[in-house]
Design a protein around this ligand. Structure first.
Ligand SMILES: [Fe+2]
Length: 196
């Protein structure tokens, strides 16, 4: 178990380093000092294996963090958050997230939340929204991020995108999968709704 714990601690170390070197992240929200690793039962879903097999990112700057998160894949509590009532079967198979830092995360804090999001190739994450203000930070891969007005960005490694409270947003992947941090502040309970 010590090895798994080390993986979590080393991942947090890299995230702290990222916060020190990236002003967009540190200005968006403070990363609490006193993050405590708690014992949470892991959970596997379809993307668990997909991420664990994606060991190498072709982007140098986030290589370390990518590898750590990929190695953590079988030790974290994956969730999908949606049912087939709301989204396609393809989306359920190809999407997942886990709360690495947050009120119910592997590192506990009530001050902010940081989720790890994985979306496989050729997948559409339909328009959805939530109360929390949100910042995406791309670890690796590539995807199109858009809002309800058609304002969009193609994001790759190290790029960020901000969503206001309740701003509808969608993600589309083509030939690349995407791994990102989704950081929430203010209201960060896990309530994200698909817009119909
Ligand atoms: Fe979001």
């Amino acid at each position: 178990m010590k090895k798994t714990e080390d993986l979590f601690i080393n991942t947090l170390k890299e995230i702290k380093y990222l916060w020190c070197t990236n002003k967009i992240l540190s200005k968006f929200v403070n990363l609490p000092e006193d993050l405590r690793l708690v014992n949470i039962k892991n959970n596997q879903i379809d993307v668990t294996t997909k991420l664990s097999l994606w060991r190498e990112s072709n982007d140098d700057s986030n290589k370390k963090i990518h590898k750590l998160i990929s190695s953590l894949s079988f030790h974290v509590k994956w969730e999908n958050g949606y049912t087939e009532k709301d989204v396609s079967k393809n989306f359920i198979n190809n999407y997942g997230f886990f709360e690495l830092i947050g009120p119910t995360g592997h590192f506990k804090t009530s001050e902010m939340a940081l989720y790890v999001n994985y979306l496989d190739k050729n997948t559409y994450y339909p328009l959805h929204n939530h109360e929390a203000e949100e910042l995406y930070f791309i670890i690796s891969g590539k995807a199109k991020f858009e809002n309800h007005n058609g304002d969009y960005d193609i994001l790759t490694s190290n790029k960020t995108r901000f969503h206001k409270s309740f701003e509808p947003h969608a993600i589309t992947t083509y030939n690349n999968q995407i791994l990102s941090f989704v950081i929430w502040k203010n209201k960060f309970e896990k309530v994200s709704k698909i817009i119909k």
